[in-house]
Design a protein. Sequence first.
Length: 276
Amino acid sequence: MMACEKMSGYKNLVCVASGKGGVGKSTTAVNLALSLSKLGKRVGLLDADIYGPSIPLMMGIEPGRKPEIRDRKFMVPIIAHDIEINSMGLLVDEKTAMAWRAPMIISAFNQILNDTVWDNRDYLIVDMPPGTGDIQLSLSQSAEIAGALIVTTPQDVALLDARRAIEMFKKVEVPIIGIVENMSVHICEKCGHEEEVFGSGGGVKLATEYKTEVIGRLPLNIGVRERTDAGKPIVQSLPSNPASKAYMQLSITLDERVSQNIASGIAKPIFSVTED
């Protein structure tokens, strides 16, 4: 017998996605969540990268800390930097190899999404696994999605994979909020000289091709990596940094775009079909 379970606890679900790893997707998701919080939004952050969860480390959550379990089923998210967080990385040992097949991956993802007790969040930011696999398809079929944010770098190989991600979201009718061009320019911290290390214009070309826009250009900044690795995201620990300001502007633009999507009625049914 099939039954429908209505999900609640958040208003707007935003996917942060990329076609490949190594483009700064998770770093973008973390700093975007923190930037939205600084705008006064109540934010949840879901780490959907079952194979390589990194959000607990980036958000400075102590190893071994786990969500509280209620009624033997529901998970109370951990709070860090005023953000509610859940991740497979909080549920298993960090050395555990996730050698799971697709049905187990989908089941684990649906459980961590549906059984987390989000406390009336304005935004649920979902850090998607890289690529275009089962979790992306499962999410698009089981949740109302305000839109997807595609993270790429100016490199041709990254843009090629970003196209695949956009095409996947188009097939499942998830609106594209916009493109974030990460590592768009390197700014020397000593002299302020700017250099486009990975090329230029790629994000704009991609946006034009898919009739969307580049809504964020994030600089290549060693401080972003260092502070993220230390569990002190740059938006929180160094708000005056140019990268922090870029993330803040990204959050403002994203909030505006999501409001536009809602006003235009672009949404998917917020029902999950499960076996009963």
